[in-house]
Each structure stands twice: as C-alpha cells, then as structure tokens.
Design a protein around this ligand. Sequence first.
Ligand code: ADE
Length: 282
Amino acid sequence: MNFHIMTLFPEMIEHSLSTSILGRAMMKGLISFEAINIRDYSNDDKHHKVDDYTYGGGAGMLMQAQPIYDCYNAIIEKINQTRNEVVAENGENGLGGLPGAKRPRVVYVTPQGAVFNQQMAADFAKEEDLIFLCGHYEGVDERVLEEVVTDYVSIGDYVLTGGELPAMVMIDAISRLVPGVLNNDESAMTESFNNNLLEYPQYSRPEEWMGKKVPAILLSGDHKKVDEWRLEQSIIRTKERRPDLYEKWLAENPPKPEKKKRKRKKANPESISTADDTDNND
Ligand code: ADE
C-alpha cells in the first residue's frame, strides 16, 4: 500500500513514519510513504507562495487551489507511471493504472470531516494507493477540494494547527491493518473496536504484584473458559467506559430469549463480575 501525503511540512511526516513497526513494514516493501511538498508546485517562483487572503474578508490566509491541484496531478501521474511499468513488466492487464483507471481516494484531513474510526481504517487499508491532503492556515480553497477530494475525515472534535498529525494518526491505524505489517495477525483480530467491544484486561508476570493477583481463570489452561471470561470482561469494560459503543454492540448482539429449563447461565452483561471483583484478587 502506498501513501502519498500532500503537505507543507514533509520532514514532519518522513521522520515520524519511518520508525518502529511502520519503518519495518516499509523495509519489507509492504507499505511506502511519500511526502510531497505542496510548495514545490507554487507558480510563484520567487517566494513559493501557496496561500492568500480570503474573498469576502475574514481572519487568516487560505491555501490556494493551483499548487494543490498541480501537486495532486503530479502524484496521479507518478502512480499511473508506476502501474503502467508493472503492467508492462508482468504483461498483466487491468491493474487500474491505464488511462481512465480508477482514481485513488484522496483524504482531506479536516475537523469538518466524518470522525475516523477502526471501520474506516479497515476500509482504507484495502486501497493500493491513498492520497492525503494536509491543510494549514485557515483552510483550503473550496474549488480544489471539490475537484480532488473523495473523503473528508477528522480525528476528533477539536482543532489542531495543521493536518499532518491527523494524517499520521490515520496512516498508522491503516498501515497496521495491511496484511503482514503486524507480526501476530491475531493481535489485529482481537483488539479494541472489533465488534464494537473494547479489549479485555491483560496480565503478564509476576502472578502477584502489589498484592494484586492475576485472575485465576487465566492460569487455568482452560482456553474455552479463558475466552468466555475475556468476552465478559470486554462487555463490562465497554459498558463502563464507552456506553455509546456498548449500545451498538447490544443492538448487534441482543440478549437471547431465556429458555425455561436452562442448565448453565449464559454471559449476561448485567450479572457479570468485573476483573476487579473476581475472587481471584483477594
Ligand atoms: N486539522 C485540524 N484539526 C483537525 C482534526 N481534528 N482532524 C483532522 N484534521 C484536522
């Protein structure tokens, strides 16, 4: 998967994304990042200006349409060139790089967008190329947004000074869902937000720390029981910390109607004991 980031601060992106897990994934050729400086596409040869005053008045400067549009076209040209080379090399057809091919999604990171979540990350992770546009100053001329942007995405209801941090947050969340990026595929399967549940509590050695014991069930070796306990804890944790998510989970997992002659009680969020009040912590 290839990320192309249109920004006024390419060094900010390049430093951050080339470390740790993403750096390793990049070395393995699973993902690539390219931060493109919008300023390089300014028509103003002297000052490389990319912003100007807002028509109708108002505080601050606006990023102009032309440098962004030219930057975008340069990225598209490069993507198509790369794809055509692959097509020529492999003798394949239909890779999507030929004229009239599918346009890559272009994400404009903005507090005016839909709020990013795990489902969106999974959806974006299916793309082969993804373009991000990082805004600055007071925003971007609407006309270029209309022309190139496919997705308006925010990372939350607060305003940051620019789009680079939000873009990096999204790129991190998307990259780790690209197959092969995480060592242990399972960790992407069971973690928080899958099925609208938060992840269950986890423990490592020692078995007792500061008088707190690891719940006995986790030492039992009974995998079925451990799975049941973890699901219960996920439900409790979600209900306590994220009632909004809990409601979503409940809507998708309505309680089964009680059978009259039941031998064993099924997990019921109302009656489950929390990790803190299990008798393993006494
Ligand atoms: N740019 C500034 N604030 C932002 C936010 N909350 N999300 C995405 N982009 C932004």
